[in-house]
Design a protein around this ligand. Structure first.
Ligand code: ADP
Ligand code: MG
Length: 265
């Protein structure tokens, strides 16, 4: 099983606007995600989480620093389809069936698919509990189901790196928990390097090897918190003392970072 490539983010700076309206969205952000590592990014809104993912995905150019993916530039890595992105909104094509939405990445730049373990869209959708919805169209599905289709689509072409921007944020708590345990299960059997943005502390803990806590104004890394809970994890993980201790710690640190942000303003 390929554990994917590492992502090496070095001194990334990203600025929006100019003159008086200049704002530093990312200031000297450095982070290495190891092959097969699950890293969550958490922090107050506006601290640059989405911007960071977009820089790694090649959707934004940085104003300083560099990103390398398995030793290659972002451009080369995206050309080779090494990176899969699950955006905050599912962004499915409404005129295509669920199956065709998931098949889509397989049809784009097929030469880059050589040597991969491409997944059959039907099998993949079945493993995400959507075997009954193959012929349906996105608008016939609930928000949670659409989000699962978007995740299945990102897995379909076997990218080494998965970038997920708050994929469960639109879901209610029960669905959300089910989705996150489903993702945990799937990731534990198909390891990839993952950068996962979330607002939820328990979600970050249950999924991650490390949690990157960001602060705002300027957007930067405040602390990197290791999650030393045994794997494979199941929903039982929530009940352990170690989990609760860590949850308390992350919440305190997050609160401190948010208070600091309101003082700066
Ligand atoms: P987060 O995802 O952590 O909530 P974002 O990365 O979306 O934060 O945004 C970080 C900061 O950069 C915010 O102040 C936001 O308003 C600003 N920003 C993000 N994208 C753009 C853009 N395309 N143009 C101008 N400002 C932007
Ligand atoms: Mg965001």
């Amino acid at each position: 099983m390929s554990l994917g490539h590492e992502v090496e983010i070095t001194g990334i700076r990203k600025i929006f606007g100019r003159g008086d309206a200049t704002m530093v969205a990312l200031d000297d952000v450095s982070l290495t995600v190891e092959p097969g590592e699950f890293v969550s990014v958490i922090g107050p809104s506006g601290c640059g989480k989405s911007t960071l993912l977009k820089v790694v995905a090649g959707l934004y150019d940085a104003d300083g620093g560099s990103v390398s993916i398995g030793g290659q530039s972002v451009k080369a890595a995206t050309r080779k389809k090494l990176v899969g992105l699950v955006p905050q909104a599912p962004a499915l094509l409404p005129w295509k069936s669920v199956r065709d939405n998931v098949r889509l990445p397989l049809t784009i730049n097929p030469r880059a698919n050589a040597g991969r373990s491409l997944r059959d869209p039907d099998d993949l959708l079945t493993s995400f509990g959507l075997g009954h919805a193959l012929e349906k169209f996105p608008k016939q599905l609930s928000g949670g189901m659409q989000q699962r289709v978007a995740i299945a689509r990102a897995f379909s072409f076997d990218p080494d790196i998965l970038l997920m921007d708050e994929p469960f944020s639109a879901l209610d708590e029960i669905n959300r928990d089910q989705q996150r345990l489903g993702l945990l299960d799937f990731w534990q059997s198909h390891r990839k390097s993952v950068m996962f943005v979330t607002h939820s502390v328990p979600e970050a803990i249950v999924l991650s090897d490390r949690i990157v806590l960001m602060a705002a104004h300027p957007g930067r890394i405040a602390e990197i918190i290791p999650v030393d809970l045994p794997r494979p994890r199941t929903e039982d993980a929530y009940a352990s003392d170690a989990f609760r201790d860590l949850e308390g710690y992350v919440r305190r640190r997050l609160r401190a970072v948010m208070e600091e942000a309101t003082h700066v303003r």
